[in-house]
Design a protein around this ligand. Structure first.
Ligand SMILES: [Zn+2]
Ligand SMILES: [Zn+2]
Length: 711
């Protein structure tokens, strides 16, 4: 019947025993068990509705995914739902489809996909039960907003980006037109060198979509990129929805703030949702465009629980809703680049800097025959000196935080090890001249020993250097310079990253020492020199994606220089100046690098020319983890009839992880690979069931990751 959106009442009809109508609900719950759970209800329920269901002794919020005529178990064994939540309409069907896809593709139970995708207050039974929960979190939020007279904290001080719409150059204009001309679904890969004004293209494309009455989902990789962009978006789209067009979603928000943003987007009140990877699952009734900025960034990949790629889900969602998706980057992932090469994505290019400043000159400093002073070559020290004299800013980039990566005994060679991990502990300077040893893997720390624990010698020396030690050296060498350090340690307190960055923007800093945190998005107007200290440490990493990541990171760091002025320079210290990664970097040649790297991947049958999944097992002892993985490697061959695609799937031998032990847990991994995605998926569906059965007996924990990012 077309006049009713409600599902037809259950045919099971009135239950004579109970003397009232009985309805059945098949519910997804966030529990580590496969499958769905059936309940009965005296009240009608519809698909997509949230309910509170009893589960053992607990009460859990779940989502109704089916309303069956008959339950899957004896009706007498069904427990009744505790509450059918009606504070929100049923979750929309496209959201349910997205969840079902993620569950299938990543091989996780539907409930473990759906519930974590909701803001915490909407998935906790305690938000609704008990005396203090009056009306539930949605009602409470609305009351509070009404009382406060609503809303929206303005954000100003966006540095660098212009807040008023400005004239596009030809390249930007044709990119905007190409995006606007897309009918239905298509993926655009927008490759633009740093400073070429990708953001302007996004903003113009977004405006066209907003003008048509549709919503825009705008994704960025990291929280600390949101304030800058938030200010720009608020100013630029102040004419929409009385200035309340924007909602922001990231993990730095409180549960209440997150609920508020989510509701605004889900109800269509917010026309633009700006957010990190978690934003990709937010319902948006009028979604008309998805933008994924810095699409190559590792932050789009969730590293625990449901290990999804937000970029990949965004592409799927765009396809499902028939809306365009724009992936933007100066250094696209090789996966996306390959899609463009193969004609599946539309490539668009921005080759000119918006301000017409030349790309910075990149110079390799061959350190093989140089005497370094605290890791600095004479050339770099001299260049810093000159730039400071010219009143320009300097960025020293070093991807290692702390004071020194290890403490070492000069007489017996003892090195500081974590008691709980197979890793060195890092020497950190604290306030007031104190220091401690800190493990970057388990987070544990310990005091610095006065003497060597092995031989008793008092001469313990820090080896190598991190950002703190570099900062210390620079302060000695350039006593008049104002030096600031930006890394995970200096920005731990809420708001401190914003404060530090704004000091740099205001010109209160002469030398900035930073890790990858400074590489992304920030546009430092007065930056004349970027010095890169330890890039070589990433050159020979085990992971096959390491060169790709290194190239992207160096391009990004280099791109910080000279966006507003000519004559900027990047100096990269290396023992391997002839490495292809560095050679391409020097020429600002992404295509050259991508062709070379894709050629290598193809020759070795690595992604994107194959598809992978990674099974990681953890146990008290490595042997337990390895035994479990060996068992799982051998099982498919012993039951070939249940694994019809086994001949297209390669199971590698289990190996210990590079850092075997973290927090007293030992870990090993097993890589699965196939040239065919469907064959791999079919294999994984069966394997995942067998894993669940075997995992119950084995004394290990395991996780299965599809399209692993690091191996
Ligand atoms: Zn010693
Ligand atoms: Zn540790």
């Amino acid at each position: 019947m077309s006049h009713s959106s409600l599902p037809p009442p259950s045919e099971s009809g009135p239950d004579p025993k109970l003397g009232q109508a009985v309805f059945y609900a098949r519910v997804a719950l966030d529990v580590p068990l496969p499958g769905l759970f059936d309940y009965c209800s005296a009240q009608p329920v519809s698909v997509g509705q949230r309910v509170i269901a009893p589960f053992g002794p607990r009460q859990l919020v779940g989502v109704v995914v089916e309303v069956p005529d008959k339950p899957g178990i004896e009706p007498g064994q069904l427990r009744p739902l505790i509450q059918v939540l009606d504070d929100l309409p049923a979750m929309p069907v496209d959201w349910l489809r997205l969840m079902a896809f993620a569950s299938r593709y990543y091989h996780r139970p539907l409930g473990e996909v759906m519930l974590p995708a909701l803001p915490p207050p909407l998935r906790k039974a305690s938000s609704y039960t008990g005396k203090r929960s009056g009306g539930g979190p949605v009602l409470r939020l609305e009351k509070r907003l009404k009382k406060a007279g609503a809303i929206a904290s303005g954000f100003s001080g966006a540095a660098g980006l212009q807040t008023d719409a400005h004239q596009l150059n030809d390249e930007q204009q044709s990119a905007v037109s190409a995006i606007a001309a897309m009918q239905g679904h298509g993926v655009v890969l927008l490759r633009g060198i740093t400073g070429s004004g990708k953001t302007e293209v996004y903003l113009h494309a977004a405006r066209k979509v907003l003008d048509m009455g549709r919503q825009v989902l705008f994704m960025v990789p990291e929280i600390n990129l949101t304030p800058q962009l938030e200010g720009v978006l608020r100013a630029r789209f102040a004419d929409f929805s009385g200035g309340h067009a924007l909602a922001v979603l990231h993990s730095g928000l409180s549960d209440g703030e997150r609920l508020e943003s989510w509701l605004k987007a889900a109800r269509g009140d917010a026309r633009i949702l700006l957010g990190t990877r978690m934003a990709v699952t937010t319902p948006m009734p009028d979604l008309g465009l998805i933008i994924v900025d810095e699409e190559h960034d590792a932050s789009y990949k969730q590293q625990d629980g449901l290990r999804y790629s937000a970029r990949d889900l965004a592409v799927w969602r765009g396809h499902d809703l028939k809306v365009p998706v724009v992936l933007g980057s100066a250094t696209p992932s090789l996966e996306s680049w390959n899609h463009a090469v193969q004609g599946r994505y539309t490539p668009l290019e921005l080759t000119r800097r918006a301000r017409e400043t030349p790309m910075p000159d990149i110079k390799m400093v061959d350190t093989r025959r140089l005497r370094l002073e605290q890791g600095f070559s004479p050339q770099v020290v001299e260049a810093i000196e000159q730039r400071l004299q010219a009143n320009e800013q300097v960025l020293v980039f070093l991807n290692r935080r702390g004071y020194a990566p290890v403490l070492r005994c000069t007489s017996c060679g003892w090195v500081s090890q974590c008691a709980h991990c197979t890793a060195h502990v890092v020497l950190h300077r604290m306030q007031h001249g104190r220091a401690r040893l800190q493990c970057h893997h388990c987070g544990g720390y310990s005091p610095v020993p006065r003497a060597c624990p092995t031989c008793g010698d008092m001469d313990l020396q820090p080896m190598g250097r991190g950002t703190q030690r570099v900062e210390e050296f620079l302060a000695e060498r350039f006593p008049d310079a104002r030096i600031s350090r930006i890394d995970a340690d200096s920005t731990r307190l809420k708001g401190s990253a914003e404060r530090l960055f704004s000091e740099v923007h205001q010109g209160d800093v002469d030398i900035l020492v930073g890790t990858q945190m400074v590489a992304k998005g920030h546009d430092f107007a007065n930056l004349g020199l970027v010095a890169v200290l330890n890039a070589d440490s990433m050159l020979f990493a085990q992971d096959f994606r390491a060169p790709e990541r290194l190239f992207a990171q160096l391009m990004q760091v280099a791109g910080r220089a000279g966006r507003h002025r000519a004559g900027a320079q990047v100096m990269l210290q290396t023992d391997y100046p002839d490495q292809p990664v560095y050679r391409s970097l020097q020429r600002h040649d992404y295509k050259g690098f991508a062709d070379y790297a894709l050629g290598e991947r193809e020759a070795l049958g690595l992604p994107p020319f194959s598809y992978q999944a990674l099974l990681v097992a953890e146990g008290r002892e490595l042997a337990q983890a390895l035994t479990f993985l060996e068992q799982m490697r051998d099982l498919p061959a012993s039951r070939p009839d249940t694994y019809p695609t086994l001949d297209q799937v390669m199971l590698y031998d289990p190996v210990p992880l590079r850092i075997v032990r973290v927090a007293n847990i030992e870990r090993a991994q097993l890589l699965v690979e196939s040239p065919s995605r469907p064959a791999l998926q079919r294999f994984l569906t069966q394997w995942n069931e067998d894993l669940f059965q075997a995992g119950r007996q084995a004394r290990v924990r395991y996780s299965l990751e599809v399209d692993p990012f690091e191996i």
